[in-house]
Design a protein around this ligand. Sequence first.
Ligand code: KDG
Ligand code: MG
Length: 402
Amino acid sequence: MKITDARVVVSSPGRNYVTLVIETEDGLTGVGDATLNGRELAVAAYLSEHLCPMLIGRDARRIEDTWQYFYKGAYWRRGPVAMTAIAAIDVALWDIKGKAAGMPVYELLGGAARDGVMVYGHASGSTLEALSADFQAHLDLGYKAIRAQAAVPGLDKTYGIAPADNIYEPASGNVPQEDRWETSAYLDFAPAMMRHLRDEFGYGVHLLHDVHHRLTPIEAGRLGAALEPYRPFWMEDPTPAEDQSAFRLLRSHTTTPVAVGEVFNSIWDCQQLITERLIDYIRTSVSHAGGITHLRRIFSLADLYGVRSGSHGAGDLSPVSLAAALHVDLSIPNFGIQEYMGHREPASKVFRTSYTFADGYMHPGDAPGLGVEFDEEAAAAYPFDPKYLPINRRLDGSVHDW
Ligand code: KDG
Ligand code: MG
């Protein structure tokens, strides 16, 4: 089953997506998501200039060999650009394998280990009242787990707050916007926000919160302890994870569960966090951590140490990524939860998906392969539109983690 074509399509149906399309001599087509928010063209060039020409003539059935060929063969290993490119190839090859077998990808991964995939949605508000209204709207839709973010009083703008008329999209402008940050105001506000939600909605729904890498390890320990009475499902990215051993300090101060890893690209980025049981959920995604092949390796390691999956699923990962994530989620033993933000329109005109949402759970569907049809003609109507994640500065003007 020789690969006859591999091409990259960059489009912006609601936001920028980089999509890899692989074709075989048998007439099968596979798709992979190669989107890296704000660095889209770097991955597009890595693929089209370097990897796509090497794919021509390779056997599409040899997924593991192809993964090793591009990972070990490059000499230069890891990093978000290379691992996102490899991920797109890997996912497209799983799509082709599923179509060739006439089976959904999850069947090839061992079959369904559960009936559905619990997902969490995003509720946010510029006031606590607005947050409550959005939270209630998510409950009405059937969500069993909801992430809560609200604007910190005294700061002009806080990450994670959706505009009134659309889902959250942090990227904007052809140079990054600049936000301001003040840790002490946040540390006082976040527990009050969680208390507000528990007072209003009780404890029958899973409550999540994303700290977005903004605290030092000891500040994160303080926040985790302050959140304990509100029993969060998790506290996400409490402190930057480049320093994995820093999580020992955090762990010694709180039992609030910790989720980390949406910016990781490989098993090596989370080896210590997992093997020392410093986190409870690993948030690596199928598109940024080397595809289905490598993500399964990470989740298998995590399973040995009682760590569950909690894959990143923001709207800047395309519907191809979400579909691939759902196939993995359905089939692994240590699934925890899946992020589900949905996609801005007109994404559904370009990506026709077969996954479903009902009562807080998703299912990837039973179409052969991933169950996503990518309409290249429709994509052509939405040209690339450069946009960047914000830069974050403290009140004194120094750059802080965003
Ligand atoms: O591209 C960055 C976004 O995906 C990120 O800011 C979203 O933190 C995020 C999340 O948890 O979804
Ligand atoms: Mg996050």
